[in-house]
Design a protein around this ligand. Structure first.
Ligand code: SF4
Ligand code: SF4
Length: 449
């Protein structure tokens, strides 16, 4: 297939408001994924998804195989957890996750063998119900960071027909290149997943949306999409403007499909299903092999990391083990982040395990994360212009101070996606995201009274 000419590419159908231009810092874009050997131990939290926590179904001393289910729940909005190494269950314990939830964990001492569960076999996927069942059994959750169970997204709502699948390959956060590498290294899997979803979900078109700072990924997927398989011309690769937060669902749907999602609603309300590109690739691999979600490609980067790279790691490996495999710390880290610099969570130390929905670990040197002193708001309005949700962060900050939950509710602060665009654009360095979090909490509390 010849080189993609831009006039051949599907153009964005709409334009969302706000957003900011962030430094891309995609230092690992050319870093081929390296396989991390099994660590001595993994710690698997029983909640790595939005929804009901799982209950451990193994006991200390029990032998487990790679891919064996070790935790499940009866809840619909939930996803089972599988052993990411073979070995012996050492303990069933508890852990405080960075989001503040205390969850049960299963710790496995690896035998170094990575022996797969002999019961593993490719599932059948002849109908949408098979696909939904398979997605649940695989333990798949949104791998772009949201952690929403995939089978829930795939379950049709008769009142909300879906006509468009948007494969989210925007990857707009600085530093992170794990989805970029999925497109380059596993493009065939992504397209297999796309055609399976096209066949079974009944959508009429698939838009693979990728920011235009990844021309090689756009070209690679375009070459596959333009092959003989797309006889009905239903699969399109759409280069998107590199503007943060293009990967946020509401922003992406508006830009890619030209449909605005009303406040409080979801992509399904405007006929769209959004799935992360690595999730789509994983789903195709699961249908071929039956091996559940036990490992994850993550970008390891930042000025304190010895050798920044893309790494496939067993889920549950400690961040300390991951960093040690990447050459250790080049210098004392001032901040360790799970995720990117815009939306990632700062960790107190590196003892936490890698979770299913993690796509990056960043360790920044102290010189790169000195807190900036906030000064008085100069009412420049940049935070308002930057907000992709059309909110007024500066007003919300004032209303939080006065405790006016009703004004906050009327202003729609619950729609805040905590993308950080407002704080990034603020010349006075106001802590606007923290204010928005407080504002959302105040509205939640007022509503539950
Ligand atoms: S963090 Fe919230 S208020 Fe700030 S720009 Fe993002 S959506 Fe808007
Ligand atoms: S960007 Fe900062 S200084 Fe400007 S209005 Fe918003 S809070 Fe005030």
């Amino acid at each position: 297939m010849g080189k993609l000419r831009l006039e051949e590419a599907l153009r964005p159908a709409g334009r969302s408001r706000g957003g900011v231009r962030v430094p891309h810092q995609k230092n690992t874009a050319t870093s081929q994924t390296v396989e991390m050997p099994p660590p001595e131990r993994v710690v698997l939290p029983m909640q790595q998804h939005i929804g009901a926590a799982c209950t451990p179904i193994v006991k200390p001393g029990e032998h487990v195989f790679l891919g064996q289910k070790i935790g499940d729940s009866g809840g619909f909005v939930s996803a089972p957890v599988h052993a990411s190494v073979s070995g012996t269950v050492k303990a069933v314990g508890e852990l405080l996750l960075p989001g503040g939830q205390r969850v049960k964990t299963v710790e496995i001492q690896s035998d170094g063998e990575m022996q797969p569960d002999p019961a593993i076999a490719p599932p059948k996927a002849e109908a949408l119900s098979d696909l939904i069942e398979a997605a649940r059994a695989s333990g798949l959750v949104g791998l772009g960071g949201a952690g929403f169970p995939a089978h829930v997204k795939l379950t049709p709502n008769p009142g909300k027909p879906i006509d468009t699948l948007i494969v989210n390959g925007a990857e707009c956060e600085p530093f992170i290149t794990s989805d970029h590498r999925e497109a380059l290294e596993n493009g065939a899997d992504v397209m297999d997943g796309v055609y399976t979803l096209l066949r079974l979900t009944g959508v009429q078109r698939v838009i693979i949306a990728i920011e235009d700072n990844k021309p090689d990924a756009i070209q690679a997927l375009y070459d596959i999409a333009a092959s003989q398989r797309d006889t009905k011309h239903q699969v399109f690769v759409m280069p998107m403007k590199s503007r943060y937060p293009m990967g946020a669902e509401k922003v992406l749907v508006q830009n890619a499909a030209g449909r605005e999602i009303p406040m409080g609603q979801l992509p399904a309300d405007v006929g769209c299903l959004v799935m992360n590109i690595t999730s789509v690739g994983f789903l195709a691999r699961y249908l071929k092999t039956g091996m559940p979600l036990v490992s994850k490609r993550i970008t390891v980067d930042g000025s304190a990391v010895g050798t920044p790279c893309n790494l496939r790691v067993p889920i549950g490996a400690s961040i300390a083990d991951v960093i040690a495999f990447c050459g250790g710390y080049r210098e004392e880290p001032g901040k360790i982040l799970m995720g990117g610099p815009m939306m990632g969570l700062a960790l107190v130390d590196d003892s936490l395990p890698v979770l299913k929905q993690n796509n990056a670990i960043l360790a920044l040197a102290q010189r790169d994360c000195k807190p900036e002193k906030a000064t008085a708001c100069i009412r420049c309005g940049r935070c308002v212009a930057a907000c992709p949700m059309g909110l007024m962060p500066t007003a919300a900050e004032r209303q939080v101070k006065t405790g006016d939950a009703s004004a906050l509710e009327k202003a729609g602060v619950s729609a805040c996606i905590e993308c950080g665009s407002c704080a990034f654009s603020c010349p006075a360095k106001r802590p606007l995201v923290q204010s928005m979090r407080l504002a959302k909490e105040m509205v939640r509390k007022a509503a539950s009274r």
